[in-house]
Write a protein that binds this ligand. Structure first.
Ligand SMILES: Cc1ncc(COP(=O)(O)O)c(C=O)c1O
Length: 385
């Protein structure tokens, strides 16, 4: 039996445009051998910085490139937060954001996520209750781990709510271009005051994670602080990778690379949704319109950590919900469909359903509907929990 992994948020190589990347690498080597052989400026490879500034319609001095956006956000947390400072995050949220904040001693408050993403009323309630937040982290499109998307009215309400309150809005948006259904939504970047928002994105999801190129759009004084951090940490981000990514973008191959990823993800998501409805008809989840993830809510007495360990024995990898929450998530699993082919998805979900039935102590079927959560998101923990 081969391993089927719904575990990692990473595309399998068959939905990555490796030929375009290889051609871009050849062009990078031909164009500027001395440039790619050396260190670069600490804010990033100048032509790529300009390309990013133009793509987002922002001034060049707001762009900071690093070895993946996670690195840039870590620099940002070091700059903005002191131990004990309060930070608001979605709960559930990207597990590595949680870990990075906790490592810095932040007082992390989880804000509930429902089928429409971050509950902005719950943010208001936390602020009104006196939580002295310095920063709010949100993944507005196809959120990791729930796959939910923040609708325009919530985006507007959030920007309005945080305006003039001294809470930095960190819009972490690496999945925006991976939409396979519905209508693209404008980022909050364009509506918030430039000194109140940091926008984060990455080539990890639209090219591939191996390039390790991500970036922030931040207020210029913040960019200056990040440049210091870059210099003191690694002198400059990976010049060769940035030059390759630049050649891919400037040569016009990025759109085709994104289209390839999106087509693959759309088919995988469709297959997963169908398989879940067939095999686990009582489980709750939000059907994603893009990105990588489905958050599967199982019966409340499910122990997701134990279930994920039991699945290992059947060669199926999943992440238990508890990895992504400030508290809670005990009966949920995150499934990534980015690295599994449709046949693997069908086989993997059949295995998952069989192990789940055994886990629930019932040989013949699913839990009764009465024992399932009432609605998607209903079981997510509340802020401050
Ligand atoms: C929401 C979110 N932000 C950031 C990252 C990290 O991106 P990068 O590879 O650019 O460091 C991920 C990766 O899974 C993610 O899900």
């Amino acid at each position: 039996m081969s391993v089927i992994s719904f575990g990692r948020g990473m595309p399998s190589v068959d939905i990555v445009d490796m030929d375009a990347l290889e051609a871009a690498a050849h062009r990078a080597f031909r164009r500027d051998r001395a440039g790619i052989a050396g260190y670069g400026p600490p804010a990033g490879h100048p032509p790529l910085r300009s390309w990013i500034a133009e793509r987002h319609g922002v001034d060049l001095e707001r762009v900071f490139i690093s070895n993946g956006s996670m690195q840039a956000m870590s620099f940002l947390f070091d700059h903005v937060l002191r131990p004990g400072d309060a930070a608001l995050v979605e709960s559930p949220t990207f597990d590595l954001t949680l870990r990075a904040l906790r490592r810095r001693g932040a007082d992390v408050h989880g804000i509930a996520v429902d089928a429409d993403g971050l509950n902005v009323d719950a943010v208001a309630a936390a602020l009104d209750a006196g939580v002295p937040a310095r920063l709010l982290h949100v993944v507005p499109n196809f959120q990791n781990p729930t796959g939910t998307t923040l609708p325009p009215e919530r985006r507007r309400a959030l920007v309005e709510l945080l305006s003039d309150r001294g809470v930095l809005l960190l819009e972490d948006d690496p999945y925006a271009d991976l939409r396979f259904a519905g209508t693209p939504l404008a980022p909050m970047l364009g509506t918030a005051a430039p000194d109140e928002i940091v926008y984060s994105s990455s080539f990890s999801k639209i090219v591939c994670p191996g390039v390790r190129v991500g970036y922030l759009i931040a207020p210029p004084p913040v960019v200056s602080a990040l440049e210091e951090a870059s210099l003191e940490t690694y002198l400059s981000a990976n010049t060769l990778s940035q030059a390759v990514v630049y050649e891919l973008c400037a040569g016009g191959a990025l759109d085709a690379a994104i289209a390839k990823a999106v087509a693959g993800l759309a088919e995988r998501a469709r297959t997963l949704v169908t398989a879940l409805r067939r095999e686990l008809p009582d489980a709750r989840f939000t059907v994603p319109e893009g990105g990588y993830f489905v958050w599967l809510e199982l019966a409340p007495d499910t122990d997701a950590v134990a279930l994920s360990q039991e699945l290992e024995a059947d060669q199926v990898t999943v992440m238990p919900g508890t990895c992504f929450t400030v508290s809670g998530g005990r009966h949920a699993l995150r499934l990534s469909y980015a690295s599994v082919t449709p046949p693997e998805i069908d086989e993997g979900i059949a295995r998952l359903a069989a192990v789940y039935r055994a886990h629930r102590g019932s040989v013949d079927g699913t839990a009764s509907a009465a024992t399932m959560p009432a609605a998607a998101g209903a079981s997510h923990d509340r802020q401050g929990a």
